[in-house]
Design a protein around this ligand. Sequence first.
Ligand SMILES: Nc1ncnc2c1ncn2[C@@H]1O[C@H](COP(=O)(O)OP(=O)(O)OP(=O)(O)O)[C@@H](O)[C@H]1O
Length: 263
Amino acid sequence: MTTILETRFLERTFGAVYAARDINITINEGEILGVIGSNGAGKTTFVNMVTGYLEPSSGEILYRGKNIVGKPTRDITQMGICRSFQIPQLFPELAVIDNIMTALILSRQQGISLFKSAVSCELKQQARDLLARFKIDAYADQEISTLPQGVRKLIDIAMATVADPDLLFLDEPTSGVSADEKMDFMQTLIDALKSSRTAVLFIEHDMEIIETFSPRCVAFYEGTILADGSTNDVLKEPKVREFVIGSEFHRETSMQQGGQASC
Ligand SMILES: Nc1ncnc2c1ncn2[C@@H]1O[C@H](COP(=O)(O)OP(=O)(O)OP(=O)(O)O)[C@@H](O)[C@H]1O
């Protein structure tokens, strides 16, 4: 197995708060990895540091052996590390195909002219192929604002893959997707990403999704890694059950009772 990402003693403080401390993680080529942890555990801070949105206070982030700490987000994206956010970042007034084509244009380092019909045709075909991989090609000509949340999220994630990344970070891909659609949504997503051999790290609060789709799981707690290993083993660990799954269970229960989730 080839390691593509390794973090060493990664740390980030905000004043007196340790948002991340001693984060040592390796991710291998094509691996699928679920990250769990209650609110404020440091999951987003970790993703923000690796993708260049946040500078670590100390530690190293090695991507294919090269330290990328301090590199701008754009450079990190071009190197092959991409992400999607919890809320889809789309142009709601544009058609799906135009959103994808815009992302394709932005991902190319040289400027291109859409007035050259050959370029435009090639881009359109590339956009259609990508939509087909995510099984959303039927929506190609529809305006984003008319589409359900699950489809918007798939489009957003498809857009995050236009540069064919080696490593993709997904922040709660199933948030906002209805309970009935979550499993099919994740299956489509994982199939699309597996076919391109992209390694995927996804943050998730739903333990059924973690058990079904991520062979490996990392549990965060108060800025540190509480457990890292096969999902079966991690979810059985008493400290994970006490500090992570317990709080997730209470969170889900309070949501069912009408409470507000903070994420
Ligand atoms: N910009 C910031 N300024 C100050 N404190 C921050 C900032 N970003 C994060 N924190 C703090 O760092 C800790 C980790 O936050 P982080 O957002 O990484 O947690 P999380 O596990 O992603 O939580 P959630 O599931 O709610 O998104 C929390 O205590 C949070 O309040």
